[in-house]
Design a binder for this molecule. Sequence first.
Ligand code: FAD
Ligand code: DHB
Length: 392
Amino acid sequence: MDHTTVGIIGGGPAGLLLARLLHNSGIDCVVLESRDRAYVEQRQRAGILEQSTVDVLRGSGAAERLDREGLVHDGIELRWNRRAQRIDFPALTGGRRVWVYAQTEVVKDLIALQTAGGAPLLFEARVTAVAGADTDRPVVHYTHQGQDKTLSCDYVVGCDGFHGVTRKAIPDGACRTFERVYPYSWFGILADVPPSCDELIYAHSPRGFALHSMRSTTVSRLYLQVANGTDPADWPDERIWDELDARFALDGGWRLERGPITSKAVLPMRSSVTEPMRWGRVFLAGDAAHIVPPTGAKGLNLAVSDVVVLARAFARLQDTGSAELLDAYSDTCLRRVWRAEHFSYFMTTTLHTDPGQSDFETRLQISQLDRIAASPHAAAELAGNYAGLTIE
Ligand code: FAD
Ligand code: DHB
C-alpha cells in the first residue's frame, strides 16, 4: 500500500492550493481527483478573488498570470429603485480591493505548477471511502485506471466539495451541520460581449435580483434570480437579455450590450456549515465543510483561507512537533466561515425577492440599501466584508 503524509481528496481550488502550500513547506502529499483534467479546468464557477486570496496566491508563486491578466476592481455598484450607488473599497477599507480572475484560471495555474514538479496529482482517481479516521493511519480507498487502490496517510484532508465522500468518514453525532436552502436559484450565462460596466453591478429589482460580472474585457458573465427548478431551455437568448435589461434599468437610461450566449446553467443556492471541521486525523476544507450562497462572492475565498490555516498548522507540526495549530484549525476557520456565512446571507436576502415576500419586507430591503448609500459606516461594513478580512 502506498503511503503519504497528507492525503488530499479533491483537486478543486482547496485541494490544489493546499498541495502547493504543503509542497512549498517540504511536506509530502498526494492529490486524488475524481474527474479528468479538462473537466476540472473548465468547470464554470466563481470569478472574484478577495485581497487576501491574491496575497496568498502571490506568496505561493501561483500568481504570475493573475498579475498579468486579472482585472483589479476598486468597487462594486448597487442598484435599486432605478438608481445606482458605487461602493468604493479602498477608500472604505484602508486600501483593500478585489480581482476579477475566474476560478477556471486559478485551477489551471495551480495544476500547471503541480504537474511541472509539484506533489503527485492523480486525475480520474475517485475516492470511494476513508477508513480509520480515528486511528494513526487513516486509509483512503480509491479507484484509478479501473483498479481498486489504497493510500495510507498520516492525515487526510477532504477538499472534495459539497457532494464529496470525506464527510461521511465522520460518524453521525461527531459533527453537526447547520443549513439553509433558499427559495430561488441563479441562472448564470457567459456571453461573448464586452462588459457594459467597469465594475460589477448587484441589482435589486421588483422582478428579482440580477448581477453583471465579467471574465475579461471581451466576455461578460451575468446572473438572474430564477425560481428553483427553472429549465434553461425555457429561456431563449432574447428572453434572458430582455429580463436583464428590465432588472438593471436606471432612471436616466442605461444600455446593456447584447452578444452571443455561450453557456447557460441554473445554480441552486444554499448555506451550510459542518462543525467541527475535523474528526481524528481527518480534516475538512472548502466546500466539503461549508457552502455559501454566491451573492457575497465568498465560496472560493473561504476555500483558500481554510487551506492557508491548515498548511500553516502542518508546517508547525513538521518544524516543532507541536499540534497546537492543528488542534485549533476548526475553531480558527469557523470564526471566518461564520462571518462569511452571515455576509453572504445578508447580501442574498437584501438583494433577492423571496417568492412569498410582502411589501413590508421589500420596504425593509430598500431601507437597508438606502442606509448603505447614506452612511459611510454602513457602506464600510459591506466593503470590509466583500473585499475580505485578513486571514487570522
Ligand atoms: P470544489 O471546487 O467543489 O472541488 C472539489 C473537488 O473534489 C472537485 O474537483 C471534485 O471533482 C472532487 N471530488 C469530489 N468528490 C470526489 C471523490 N469522491 N474523489 C475524488 N475527488 C472528488 N462561488 C462564488 O464565489 N461565486 C460563484 O459564482 C460561484 N458559483 C458556483 C457555481 C457552482 C455550480 C458551484 C458548485 C459553486 C460555485 N461557487 C461560487 C462556489 C465556489 O466555486 C466554491 O466555493 C469552490 O469551488 C470551492 O472549492 P473547493 O476546492 O472547496 O471545492
Ligand atoms: C461572480 C460570481 C459571484 O457569485 C459574485 O458575487 C460575483 C461575481 C462571477 O462569477 O463573476
